[in-house]
Every structure is written in structure tokens, then in C-alpha cells.
Design a protein around this ligand. Structure first.
Ligand code: AHN
Ligand code: ZN
Length: 331
């Protein structure tokens, strides 16, 4: 055989070997990409984030505790590596009160177009008007579950994101003035727009011009004992595939006792306005007690008993781990 022919054959052979290797490598890489590791949600840490908010006292809008807790939450997101923006607005409540409101937004991977929005309300209700004792109706709700729990779970998620980068951009919003809806002793007409003032403001004035996200998840009252989460009604209407995704993941992780794969009632909550006004398909993870008397948010809802004794780490874990698995598996 002529020397140049041998050389040509050898070259061809090495190219075949090389491309063969490349083939194997890219297959191995594909497999590796499918198996993301999801961080371990720490329910003790989430619980401590709830306690820290409770230590300020009720976070009633226009109170010093509200101002101080808002500052604390913005600093906490910054400590966990988020880019933080605060939106300040004076929002008009149903009774004519001007609320000095602050939406607190923490962003990760801000340069990415592919984003997930996670949100919860951080204010607490000025009136415990669902308390069995009428004498308590004008006292503020402590807001361990109704307020602090969603924020506590999201702060724990922020802490974990700071340690391990997900493939998606993530925005965490703590909405203000969600729970200032008309009280039982208000004599006017009921309007659902009296609730969720902070999220309505943000939906009309997003923190980034033209802001969009693939989907949104609202966490509301996600720390109660024996909480059961049904696929909420508006979420089914606006973001059915996201409900499916979340309830499927919860089942995979063994949390079917908390996540019941059945349709639940419609709840006027921050996600409604994120859906209707900002047009980001969003779901609400919110508990319901459904029995012969109808449906409710449980015994402590809008009562003076919504305190730390009603918080269960098992519920925090089920919700936190499910949401983490959803966001880390998205690409
Ligand atoms: C209504 O009661 C109309 N919506 C429940 C929204 C809410 C209040 N979430 C927490 N507190
Ligand atoms: Zn409430």
C-alpha cells in the first residue's frame, strides 16, 4: 500500500472514532441534563422565617410593625442574593384609608427571558372578623398562617436558590395589602377588588416594563395543621396545565395527603389579578376545609388564634418541596 493511502485511511479512522466518541458523550450529557438535583427544603428554616415575621407583631398596613417587617423582608432577600426592588404606593382601601403599601420583589437570573413567578402576601388583616368571639372582631389577625407562612416558604426557597442556581429565572414577590378586604361590619356592597390591592397595583405597574413569566404560583396559608390543597377554581380556569404539573409533582413526592387532586372552590386572591390584569397564567396553593357546612379556610382563619401554635412543619415541607421540585425541573 502506498504511504499516502495509509495516512488517508488512518485519518478517516480517527475521524470515525472521534465522532463515535462525540456521540456517546452527548448521550451521556442528555441523561445528565434530565436528572436535575432538587435541593432539600428545610421546614425548620421555613418555620424560623415565619417566627421572625411574627416577632414584629401583626403586620397591619400603616403600622410601625408593618414598616419594620417590610424592611426586614427586603434585606433578607438581598442577603439571599436576590436583586431586590421595592414598589411603594399609596393604595385606597374600601373604607377610604390610604395604605402606605410596599411590594417587595426579589429576582434571580434577571437576564433570562424564561422565568417563573412565585408570590405570597406579607401584610396581615387589621380585623379578626371571623373570630367566634365578637369582642375580637376589631383586633388584628396575628397572621402566622395568613401572611407569614407563604413568605416563610418563599424565603426558604430563596435561601436554597442562593446555594444552587436553577435553570430558570425566578422572581419572588411579597405583595402588600392583600388582606384589607371589606370587614364584616362594613355596610357597603361587596367588591372582590377590595382585596389584593398590592397585586392589582403590580399587575398594572410591573417592576420591569413588559414583564412576563412562563407561569406563576401563589402560596397562601400554606402552614396549617392537616391542610388540604385542592386545585383552586380560578387556577383551573386560567392555568389548568400548571395545576396539573404541581399536583402531579406532589403525588410523585408522596404528598397526596396534602395535595388532593380534585377541583376546589374559587378563591379571590392575588393570583386572580395576576391572571386577569398581568395575564400571567397563575395558580393558588390555598387550603380548603370542605364539609357538610360548606367550605372554609379552617378554624383559625381571620381569628386572633392564627398564631404559631397552628403552624405545622409537615405542611411547610410538603408545599416547599413540591414547589422546589417544580421550579428546578423546568428548563
Ligand atoms: C376571600 O376571602 C374573598 N378571599 C380569601 C383571600 C385571602 C384572605 N387570603 C388570605 N386572606
Ligand atoms: Zn386573610
Amino acid at each position: 500500500m502506498k504511504p499516502y493511502l495509509i495516512a488517508t485511511l488512518a485519518t478517516c479512522l480517527s475521524i470515525v472514532v472521534a465522532s463515535c466518541k462525540t456521540g456517546n458523550n452527548s448521550k451521556a450529557k442528555d441523561n445528565a441534563e434530565q436528572q436535575v438535583t432538587v435541593p432539600e427544603f428545610n421546614a425548620d428554616s421555613a418555620y424560623n422565617h415565619i417566627q421572625a415575621q411574627m416577632d414584629f407583631g401583626p403586620r397591619t398596613p400603616n403600622s410601625p410593625a408593618h414598616v419594620n417587617c417590610g424592611e426586614y423582608l427586603a434585606n433578607k432577600l438581598a442577603e439571599y442574593g436576590a436583586g431586590v426592588v421595592s414598589q411603594y404606593a399609596e393604595l385606597l382601601a374600601f373604607n377610604g384609608t390610604l395604605l402606605k403599601a410596599r411590594n417587595i420583589i426579589g429576582s434571580y437570573n434577571s437576564e433570562l427571558k424564561k422565568r417563573i413567578l412565585l408570590f405570597a402576601h406579607w401584610d396581615t388583616r387589621p380585623w379578626s372578623d371571623n373570630d367566634p368571639d365578637e369582642k375580637n372582631h376589631r383586633r388584628p389577625v396575628p397572621g402566622a398562617n395568613d401572611g407569614a407562612s407563604g413568605v416563610g416558604v418563599l424565603l426558604e426557597i430563596a435561601r436554597l436558590i442562593s446555594q444552587q442556581d436553577p435553570a430558570m429565572g425566578i422572581d419572588i414577590i411579597f405583595f402588600d395589602a392583600e388582606d384589607y378586604g371589606a370587614s364584616r361590619f362594613f355596610n357597603g356592597n361587596y367588591k372582590e377588588e377590595y382585596w389584593c390591592l398590592g397585586s392589582q397595583y403590580w399587575a398594572h405597574n410591573p417592576h420591569v416594563e413588559g414583564y412576563n413569566a412562563r407561569f406563576g404560583i401563589l402560596l397562601d396559608m400554606v402552614g396549617g395543621k392537616n391542610a388540604v390543597f385542592y386545585r383552586e377554581g380560578y387556577s383551573e380556569e386560567y392555568a389548568r396545565s400548571i395545576n396539573k404539573k404541581v399536583w402531579r409533582k406532589a403525588k410523585e413526592l408522596g404528598y397526596t395527603a396534602f395535595f388532593k387532586d380534585e377541583k376546589g372552590p374559587m378563591v379571590t386572591d392575588d393570583h386572580l389579578f395576576v391572571n386577569k390584569i398581568a395575564r400571567i397564567p397563575s395558580i393558588d396553593i390555598v387550603p380548603n376545609v370542605i364539609n357538610a357546612e360548606g367550605s372554609s379556610f379552617g378554624d383559625t382563619w381571620h381569628t386572633v388564634n392564627d398564631d404559631m401554635s397552628g403552624i405545622d412543619k409537615n405542611t411547610l415541607k410538603a408545599v416547599g418541596q413540591t414547589v422546589l421540585a417544580v421550579i428546578y425541573n423546568e428548563k
